[in-house]
Design a binder for this molecule. Structure first.
Ligand SMILES: *Cc1c(COP(=O)(O)O)cnc(C)c1O
Length: 344
């Protein structure tokens, strides 16, 4: 099998992995340094990560027993598949979407049932019905805003999918890694007897990809099952503290998200006057396809100008497509100038 790869090249403008272009606030870093000095390094960390889960729960109006935190939301999703996937079970995905959902399924021995999104890459309910009926997957994945398209799923459609999935005794997992960039969240559908989990990460909106922290919110019976299969003490003391302290700066995060959304709209306008097809995005990146020139060639010529974007050629149906992460206005200007040059 192939591993999961996103090239880490040494360039001046890195717009390929949807990180925040700005670091978290200085006050956060000071508070974290001070807190790090009082860690009991000779002791195991709090195995249940209670403080962190309580604070995350407060953010979403749920108790800590509904929060499962892990080393990145990818680990939370992997744990979900260790508990609910595995040999003889199936996970459903709707392509094109985040590659880790099918990748994590395969490495946990879970079969993958693949459906297609519609022509505009939005959810196609007839296709979801077909896949659910044909495969009766134990876990169905959605991603909204979707990576790499930026498409935000219609809340009514997500609600219909949840009903379909619940009807066959399955579980719906909605990956909201970019949730704060969008106006809709599936969190409103969560409930104790609802087979739904929603995952979030610190890597994007919280500007903390370096910390490796993510979580999912779900019914407490489900979170209890995840705790049975995850490695003991999987979340180290430093990560727990970093994740807790970060939540003191919600306003700063929200302002940063607003700046990135404004910047995203600027990019979309600028790019719409170039020879590229641009998809509307509800996230911190934009998917586009250069016209009359191979995407791979554009990717290389941008790298030659020290601008790195994501080549989406390996995704089904995204031949020739590239994805650019929203950076600082300066970085985005570099990208726009380089793209203009490459396309003329
Ligand atoms: C970036 C991303 C994640 C984040 O994974 P972490 O392990 O939390 O860094 C999860 N889901 C999607 C769709 C992403 O794009």
């Amino acid at each position: 099998m192939q591993g999961y790869h996103s090239p880490q090249l040494d360039v001046e403008v890195r717009l390929n992995t949807n990180e925040s272009p700005e670091p978290p606030p200085e006050e956060f870093r000071e508070a974290l340094s001070a807190a790090a000095r009082s860690i009991d390094w000779h002791r195991y960390p709090d195995r249940s990560a209670m403080k962190l889960r309580t604070r995350i729960g407060e953010l979403h109006g749920v108790g800590p027993e509904q929060v499962f935190a892990a080393n990145g939301s990818n680990e939370a999703l992997q744990t979900l598949l260790l508990a609910y996937g595995g040999a003889g079970r199936t996970a459903a995905v709707f392509e094109p979407t985040y590659a880790l959902h099918s990748h994590l399924s395969r490495i946990t021995g879970t079969a993958v049932a693949t459906g297609d999104r519609g022509p505009d890459l939005s959810l196609d309910l007839d296709e979801v019905k077909r896949v659910v009926a044909a495969h009766r997957a134990e876990v169905t994945f959605l991603c909204s805003p979707n990576n790499p398209s930026g498409v935000v799923d219609d809340p009514a459609a997500v609600s219909d999918v949840l009903e379909l999935v619940g009807g066959i005794g399955g579980l719906l997992c909605v990956d909201e890694a970019y949730g704060q960039f969008s106006e809709h969240s599936t969190m409103t559908l969560l409930g104790h007897d609802v087979p739904l989990v929603v995952s979030r990460t610190y890597s994007k909106t919280w500007a903390m990809a370096g910390a490796r922290l993510g979580y999912l919110i779900g019914p407490c019976w489900l979170v209890g099952e995840l705790e049975k299969v995850v490695l003991p003490y999987h979340l180290d003391a430093m990560t727990q503290i970093a994740g807790t302290l970060a939540l003191d700066y919600v306003d700063v995060m929200e302002q940063r998200v607003q700046r990135l959304v404004a910047e995203r709209e600027r990019l979309v306008v600028e790019m719409s006057s170039m020879a590229v097809k641009v998809w509307p995005s509800g996230a911190n990146f934009v998917l586009f396809r250069p016209e009359g020139i191979a995407g791979g060639l554009v990717w290389q010529r941008l790298v030659d100008r020290s601008v790195l974007v994501r080549n989406c050629a390996s995704w089904p149906r995204l031949e020739g497509c590239l994805r650019v992460t929203i950076g600082t206005p300066k970085e985005d200007d570099r990208f726009l100038a380089a793209l203009r040059e490459v396309l003329t």
